[in-house]
Design a protein around this ligand. Structure first.
Ligand code: CMP
Length: 139
């Protein structure tokens, strides 16, 4: 089925000017970028987005990293978009990411891993709504 998933190009990638190269990976795989904005997340926005990880030891570092520079938040649309995007990204830890994935090719570390993608259709719906009004998404 056609799905929408939330993607974030993280500060390590925007700093290295990789936005276009990463977007090409999505488009070449058949996903459409139906919403996109470059923003500096506030601490409150980053904490709210990653609230599920609040109790993890890496949470303060994660929030500091995600607010350290611009991010590009985007909505990707396509057949099976949630899983397809996870395949394009590769494993969270670039050391475990398959060759040819975004994280294998671009990520610096498990924290500076270049991209975020929703991990389920239910989370995708919530994460898209966290950043975008319906009127900002043009399919
Ligand atoms: P993401 O998909 O954005 O979801 C949560 C993020 O936490 C994850 O990608 C990683 O970048 C980060 N993360 C996960 N595990 C660790 C860890 N052990 N140390 C630092 N960051 C982590």
């Amino acid at each position: 089925a056609t799905e929408r998933t939330l993607s974030i190009i993280k500060p390590d990638a925007t700093r290295r000017n990789l936005t276009g190269k990463i977007n090409a990976r999505f488009e070449d795989a058949g996903l459409r970028i139906v919403a996109q904005k470059r923003v500096l997340l506030t601490q409150a926005e980053a904490e709210g987005f990653y609230a599920v990880h609040r109790e993890r030891s890496f949470f303060p570092e994660l929030v500091a990293f995600m607010t350290s520079g611009p991010v590009v938040v985007q909505v990707l649309e396509g057949e099976n978009a949630v899983l397809k995007n996870r395949d394009i990204m590769g494993a969270t830890n670039p050391a475990n990411a398959a060759p040819g994935t975004i994280r294998a090719d671009f990520a610096e570390s498990i924290e500076a891993n270049s991209v975020h993608g929703s991990d389920s259709l239910e989370n995708a719906t919530n994460e898209v709504a966290y950043f975008f009004a319906q009127t900002e998404i043009v399919g």
